[in-house]
Ligand binder design. Structure first.
Ligand code: FES
Ligand SMILES: [Fe+2]
Length: 330
């Protein structure tokens, strides 16, 4: 049980609440974001809607109800709410005047990159642009989602932490004989951290032949990162040739001690490889990370630099803490 509260400014950011293909055309689903319970549903044209998952009448979860005529219907007494959150039908009375208080708060909602996104208040940042995901020539694979008992900041930081690869993912992401993190520098532009690193990686394993580093004994990976505050990473990686991958990782802040990661991978090679190979690879990687990150204390990244011991190779972590502070997100 946590007593921590989330920073209210996080309500002004877009966050994912689920893969779009898990929100059916004709039934509501439930999601939790920043301690708010949300009902998600689609109108007839497929547009997703997000509202507080609470009927004003007796506090029932609207997500237990159903969708009818572009309204969400409460399962208890059948009150109907339209996409603006206004209650438009109360079956128990013949009085046509519906109290203005009969409504449920409605949140900004959009579908992009195969995810449903919600902003609880007016968003201050746009979603990152990823042309590779929208031009049709890249193969896109959804992996996860990965629910962890940690703050979203810890999950994001883990995804971009270079020093752990040989230790937590030996033979899959790192080579234990080459543990030194190469020099790199981080540039902060508004709410985005930019950094590029060329680092040692493990040769492809037989179980998971997912990277285009074939025929090289000591392969190196070139990774260009954008870390969009607060919890989104766009990573473009390659091996010096035309073959490339885009990793899009974003963590849903559920509570101060719970998050869910979505990792969407695009690539321009091995287009026929079954999705299950990359999905199995990421399931293994995220499983290896989960027990480490869930053990970290405090559950949320401490934004005071004096609270931990940072070395030069931790420049991403240091700048993440600084930038989150500058943007008022800590
Ligand atoms: S509790 Fe929702 S209609 Fe009564
Ligand atoms: Fe990891």
């Amino acid at each position: 049980m946590t007593t921590k509260t989330v920073n209210p400014k996080l309500r002004n950011c877009w966050h994912p609440v689920g893969y779009a293909n898990t929100l059916p055309a004709d039934a509501p689903t439930h999601a939790k974001l920043l301690d708010e319970h949300i009902v998600l549903w689609r109108s007839k044209d497929g547009t997703p809607h997000a509202q507080r998952d609470l009927c004003i009448h007796r506090g029932t979860a609207l997500s237990l109800g159903w969708v009818k005529d572009d309204c969400i219907v409460c399962p208890y007494h059948g009150w109907r709410y339209d996409e603006t959150g206004q209650c438009v039908e109360i079956p128990q009375t013949e009085n046509p005047n519906i109290p203005t208080k009969a409504r449920t708060p409605t949140y900004r909602c959009q579908e992009r990159y195969g995810l449903i996104w919600v902003a609880l208040e007016e968003p201050i940042y746009d979603l990152p642009e990823i042309p590779e995901f929208e031009d049709g020539s890249w193969k896109i694979v959804d992996t996860g989602p990965y629910p962890w008992k940690s703050d979203a900041s810890r999950q994001v930081e883990n995804f971009t932490d270079f020093g752990h690869f040989p230790w937590v993912h030996p033979g899959l992401l790192g080579d234990v004989n080459r543990p030194v993190v190469p020099d790199y520098s981080v540039e902060i532009k508004d709410h985005v951290l930019h950094y590029t690193v060329v680092r040692p990686e493990a040769p492809n394993s037989d179980d998971f032949p997912v990277f285009a580093n074939e025929d090289v004994q000591t392969p190196e990976r070139r990774s260009r990162y954008e870390l969009h505050l607060p919890y989104t990473i766009v990573l473009r990686l390659g091996w010096g040739g035309a073959k490339g991958m885009v990793y899009f990782f974003v963590s849903q802040p559920i509570s101060a001690d719970a998050c869910q990661g979505y990792c969407i991978i695009g690539r321009n090679y091995d287009l026929d490889q079954p999705d299950t190979v990359l999905q199995g690879f990421e399931d293994t990687i995220f499983d290896q990370d989960k027990r480490i990150v869930e053990s970290q204390r405090p559950e949320m990244v401490p934004f005071d630099l004096a609270d931990e011991l940072h070395l030069k190779f931790d420049a991403v972590a240091i700048n993440y803490r600084k930038a989150m502070g500058q943007q008022g997100l800590t």
